[in-house]
Design a protein around this ligand. Structure first.
Ligand SMILES: [Zn+2]
Length: 336
């Protein structure tokens, strides 16, 4: 991942220095729809939560929105049909996953000021009973751990030093272990980790500062934003039974529909890789009237070549600087 980014960055810088990106832009080198995916906006560098969730600072996000609205057709999801039927256009869609509060406080005002529409995929359980998601709680525990050395445990065969500042590599190791857990293992994962790290579970007050509220979402919807589903509890759907998946999809859409009063027909998969959803997920989406479902697999949608339940999205992360962002938009076939 790191290697890929630095190579992308190198190419982006070269392109910018030579003015080649401008030439390629003018050559209109791609057609279709490029969907950008964000999670949190702001400065997470001192947060006790999972800092990888921050996609851009407010300043970078504004720069990115300014760039895409100037050079591309930025569309809302209600225009997806039209865009897919237009073989000549180049469209950009801006999406957010999970439902973090900064989507409302930071991203929404910027989108409005550029008259850009965005789509927000919501984990309804996090809003209804404010709770701390596993990735943020794992990060919180590791940072709060009073130990200087973590003895060998079920996640690591060797002891791990913790006597340095950000402990980021330990957090990443544990997040990966959680993602690979079965449903049964995942259930006990956080309590067991809280014991091993001697931190206890994260305090509930953190959860009350994390998420948007239904009135905020109603305001966003009235301003032209699309609200879509992202499950009730944010599980990796493919690890669940068909019945459990049906609940996660159906109940999530029902909650949003009840609060916002409109039909909800868009959905994004938690985690979102190729193995995060399966045939049962597709059946549940079909049954509950979802028209478009979005992955976390990179790339852009080419006209007439798409799977409506596996639409690719390109992750925007804080290490994507302005030259790389411009290169990504200019040549998504290389960078996205
Ligand atoms: Zn998510």
């Amino acid at each position: 991942m790191l290697q890929r980014i630095s190579k992308r960055e190198l190419i982006a810088r070269t392109l910018q220095q030579t003015g080649f990106d401008r030439m390629l832009y003018q050559a209109r080198s791609w057609r279709g729809i490029l969907i950008l995916n964000y999670h949190r906006i702001g400065n997470g560098s001192r947060s006790s939560c999972d800092r990888n969730l921050w996609s851009a600072t407010a300043e970078s996000f504004e720069e990115q929105v300014r760039y895409v609205t100037k050079h591309y057709d930025v569309i809302g999801l209600e225009d997806l049909d039209l865009a897919l039927r237009n073989p000549r256009g180049r469209f950009v869609v801006i999406t957010f996953d999970d439902g973090y509060l900064d989507n409302y406080t930071e991203a929404f005002p910027i989108l409005k000021s550029y008259h850009a529409k965005g789509a927000f995929f919501i984990t309804t359980g996090f809003l209804d009973v404010p709770s701390i998601p596993w990735w943020d709680e794992i990060a919180w525990m590791v940072r709060r751990c009073p130990l200087e050395v973590l003895p060998a445990n079920r996640w690591s065969q060797e002891s791990i030093r913790l006597d340095y500042d950000d402990r980021e590599s330990v957090i990443q190791m544990l997040l990966l272990a959680y993602k690979k857990s079965s449903v049964e293992q995942a259930a006990g994962f956080l309590s067991e980790l809280a014991d091993v790290l001697q931190t206890g579970r994260a305090p509930q007050r953190i959860a009350h500062e994390l998420w948007m509220t239904w009135p905020m979402l109603r305001e966003m919807q009235q301003a032209g934003m699309t609200i879509g589903g992202h499950t009730v509890t944010h599980p990796i759907l493919a690890t669940l039974t068909a019945e459990q998946q049906d609940y996660e999809v159906g109940e999530c859409l029902r909650r949003i529909r009840k609060e916002l009063g409109t039909l909800i027909d868009t959905f994004s998969y938690p985690v979102g890789g190729q193995s995060s959803f399966n045939i049962h997920t597709r059946k549940a989406l079909e049954k509950h009237g979802v028209r478009w479902a979005f992955t976390f697999i990179g790339g852009h949608i080419r006209p007439r070549q798409y799977d409506r339940f596996a639409l690719p999205r390109t992750a925007i992360e804080t290490d994507i600087n302005a030259p790389l962002f411009n290169a990504l938009l200019t040549l998504p076939q290389w960078y996205a």
